[in-house]
Design a protein around this ligand. Structure first.
Ligand SMILES: [Zn+2]
Ligand SMILES: [Zn+2]
Length: 142
């Protein structure tokens, strides 16, 4: 999906959910949607601090958690302690590079043992995280 369509989707969904589309929320969302590296709040703040007047790291944190609470962005679980965000909320999997920490999107949806999953509860979505060394880092090693 291209950025413009994503942003339109975002506005539509936010309104439907009763979340005001403020310039700050829009800016934070756009910044995540534009990048494909699953940024942390700190990285987003670095990018936005010169563009949005009066924005602080706290504002970014707050904005992210309000977007997350209505499902407009999601957290990506990683090995590192920093929370990373994703504007792509439909089920998909991730490749986490152990060297550079980049997170890549994968379209793969893992096959799970449904019986086993259902013995625990009703699944909403199942995704996978692959850990490894990305091509970029491998290339650098040669
Ligand atoms: Zn890497
Ligand atoms: Zn992703």
């Amino acid at each position: 999906m291209d950025l413009e369509r994503r942003v339109e989707e975002f506005k539509r969904k936010a309104r439907a959910l009763g979340l005001k589309v403020t310039p700050q929320r829009l800016a934070v969302y756009k910044a995540i949607a534009q990048r494909h590296d699953h940024p942390s709040a700190e990285e987003l703040f670095e990018e936005l601090k010169d563009k949005i007047e009066g924005i602080s790291l706290t504002t970014v944190y707050r904005t992210l958690s309000s977007l997350e609470s209505v499902g407009l962005v999601q957290r990506v679980p990683t090995l590192k302690d920093k929370v990373r965000y994703d504007a792509r909320v439909e089920p998909h999997s991730h490749f986490v590079c152990l060297k550079c920490g980049k997170i890549y999107d994968l379209d793969t949806i893992p096959k799970v043992n449904r019986k086993e999953v259902e013995s625990v509860g009703e699944p909403v979505s199942c995704t996978a995280i692959c850990y490894g060394i990305c091509k970029e880092c491998k290339g650098e090693e040669v």
